[in-house]
Design a protein around this ligand. Structure first.
Ligand code: CU
Length: 464
C-alpha cells in the first residue's frame, strides 16, 4: 500500500537541509510516506484529537501526520511521478509523495499545522495554501512572500487553521509549468464540532487538464486551451473511481478546479445544494437547488444531498468535449456524407482505412481500433447494457441498499427492479399519437386593441 521511502534518515543528511533550522530541529522532520499506485485508499480516521468524518480522495489517499506537542506535522515531497491515468495509459507528471495529485491533507479547525516541503524536482518550487487565512509569509508565493525552495532543500510552513472548509495546495513558482505537470493537492479542514455539517460520506477530487500527444508520456506545458485529457485527480474515464454510497447516507462531494476553463459538473438522479466554497460554508438561507454546479477557474465547490435514490447515476462535466479522451480536434465532420467511394480510394493506399463518422461517432465506442502505445480510446467504457461512449471527466455515483459504513468497494452494476428499464417496443404497440388539438382559430380569441393617438388620453375601455 504505502512505501516508506521518504524517511529522511540520518541526522547527518538532515543537517544538510539548511533551510530547516531555528525552532524546528532538523532531526524532527517526520518521514514522508509515499504512494505508488492510483487506488483509492480507505479514509484516514483520526487516531487522536477531535473526531471527524474523514474524506475519500478518488483514486487517492490522505497524508498521515504526526502529533508533535501542539503541532500536527506533515511532510510533502515535490517530485517527478508516474501516474496511471486509466488502465493502458501512464503519464510522466510532477506531483507529491509519489502521485499526482498529491495526498489530501486533513486537519481540524484550530489545529496548528507544520508542513515540511522537500523539493526533489529539477527546478525550484513553493507551496501556496489556496483559501487559507494565514500569516503573509506562509502564503507560498515565490519571490513575493518567501525565497524559492531550491532543488534538494526542505522548507517548513507553520500556521493555525482559522476555519473549517474546503481548500487546496499548489505551487506558486513557475506555476504554469508546475500545474500543467500535475502539482496540486486537496486540503480539508474539518469543523472542531464533529456535529457541524456532519456527513456520512465525503468525496474529494481536483479538476485538471492535460495535453499529452497520443503515444507520448509528458504533458505539453505550453498548451493554453486545446487540452486532450480532462481529468479528475489525474484520472480519466474509465479510470475514475465510482462514488460508492450507502442508501440513506448524507453525502458531500467537494471539487476544486485548477484548469484554465470552467467545468459544469452535473449529477444525475438527484438535486443538491452547494454548501461550501473555498471561501467557507454557505449559509442555509443562501443555498438553492441545482443539478449542475459550475466550478469556476481557481475555485472550489462542495455540494450535499441525501442518497435516497438507488441506482448507477452518471456524474460528469457537462461540456461534452470534456467527456472524451485524446482526440484530434481537426477531424472533419462527416455526418450525412456517403464515404463509400472515399473509403475505396483510400484503401488502395492504406489497406486498414475505415471511413468513420457518416452517421455520428458512436461506432467508435464499440470498436477496438489499433492505436499508438500509451493512448486511450476517445470514447470507451462498457456498462451492463453496452458501450458507455465516454472518456475524460465521467464517473458513476453508485447508491446501494445495505452497504456497511466504511465500504467503498465497487458493488458492480445496479440491478434494476423488473419493469423499470427503458425498453424497445414493437412499432405497432407504439401506435400513432392521438391528435386532440383544436384548430388555431377555434382556441385563440382574437385580440382587440384600441389605438391611442399620441398626446390623447387613454381610451375609456380597452380589451385584450
Ligand atoms: Cu469540463
Amino acid at each position: 500500500m504505502m512505501s516508506r521511502r521518504g524517511f529522511l534518515g540520518s541526522s547527518a543528511i538532515l543537517a544538510g537541509a539548511g533551510a530547516v533550522s531555528g525552532r524546528v530541529e532538523a532531526a524532527a522532520i517526520p518521514e514522508a510516506p509515499s504512494m505508488d499506485r492510483p487506488a483509492m485508499q480507505p479514509p484516514l480516521r483520526p487516531a487522536s484529537g477531535p473526531d471527524y468524518q474523514p474524506v475519500v480522495t478518488l483514486n487517492g489517499w490522505s497524508l498521515p501526520w504526526r502529533q508533535n506537542g501542539d503541532w500536527k506535522e506533515f511532510h510533502l515531497v515535490a517530485e517527478p511521478v508516474v501516474r496511471e491515468m486509466a488502465p493502458g495509459m501512464k503519464a510522466h507528471l510532477w506531483g507529491y509523495n509519489g502521485q499526482s495529485p498529491g495526498p489530501t491533507i486533513e486537519a481540524v479547525e484550530g489545529d496548528k499545522v507544520r508542513i515540511f516541503v522537500t523539493n526533489k524536482l529539477p527546478e525550484h518550487t513553493t507551496v501556496h495554501w489556496h483559501g487559507m487565512l494565514l500569516p503573509n509569509g506562509m502564503d507560498g508565493v515565490g519571490g513575493l512572500t518567501q525565497p524559492h525552495i531550491r532543488p534538494g532543500k526542505t522548507f517548513v510552513y507553520e500556521f493555525e487553521l482559522k476555519k473549517s472548509g474546503t481548500f487546496m495546495y499548489h505551487p506558486h513558482a513557475d506555476e504554469m509549468v508546475q500545474m500543467a505537470m500535475g502539482m496540486m493537492g486537496f486540503f480539508v479542514v474539518h469543523p472542531r464540532d464533529p456535529a457541524f455539517m456532519r456527513v456520512d460520506r465525503d468525496f474529494v477530487f481536483l479538476i485538471q487538464s492535460y495535453d499529452i500527444d497520443p503515444g507520448s508520456y509528458v504533458p505539453k506545458v505550453m498548451t493554453m486551451t486545446d487540452f486532450n485529457l480532462w481529468a479528475w485527480n489525474s484520472r480519466v474515464f474509465p479510470g475514475i473511481d465510482p462514488l460508492v454510497i450507502r442508501k440513506g447516507d448524507r453525502v458531500r462531494v467537494r471539487m476544486g478546479n485548477l484548469t484554465m476553463t470552467n467545468h459544469p459538473i452535473h449529477m444525475h438522479g438527484y438535486d443538491f445544494k452547494v454548501t461550501c466554497t473555498d471561501g467557507g460554508w454557505v449559509p442555509e438561507s443562501a443555498r438553492w437547488p441545482e443539478v449542475s454546479v459550475d466550478v469556476p477557474v481557481g475555485a472550489m465547490r462542495a455540494f450535499e444531498f441525501d442518497a435516497v435514490n438507488e441506482g448507477d447515476w452518471a456524474i460528469h462535466c457537462h461540456k461534452s468535449h470534456h467527456t472524451m479522451n485524446a482526440m484530434g480536434h481537426d477531424v472533419k465532420t462527416f455526418i450525412g456524407v456517403d464515404k463509400k467511394d472515399l473509403g475505396r480510394a483510400v484503401r488502395r493506399l492504406v489497406p486498414d482505412y475505415m471511413p468513420m463518422g457518416s452517421a455520428g461517432m458512436a461506432e467508435m465506442g464499440e470498436m477496438e481500433m489499433p492505436m499508438p502505445d500509451n493512448t486511450l480510446p476517445m470514447m470507451t467504457g462498457f456498462g451492463q447494457f453496452g458501450p458507455i461512449e465516454m472518456g475524460g471527466m465521467f464517473s458513476v455515483v453508485k447508491v446501494r441498499e445495505g452497504l456497511s459504513a466504511n465500504d467503498y468497494a465497487d458493488p458492480g452494476p445496479y440491478k434494476h427492479p423488473p419493469g423499470t428499464v427503458a425498453r424497445e417496443v414493437a412499432p405497432a404497440a407504439a401506435g400513432s399519437p392521438q391528435r386532440q388539438v383544436q384548430p388555431v382559430s377555434a382556441r385563440v380569441p382574437t385580440a382587440e386593441f384600441d389605438v391611442v393617438k399620441p398626446g390623447s388620453k387613454r381610451p375609456a375601455s380597452h380589451r385584450h
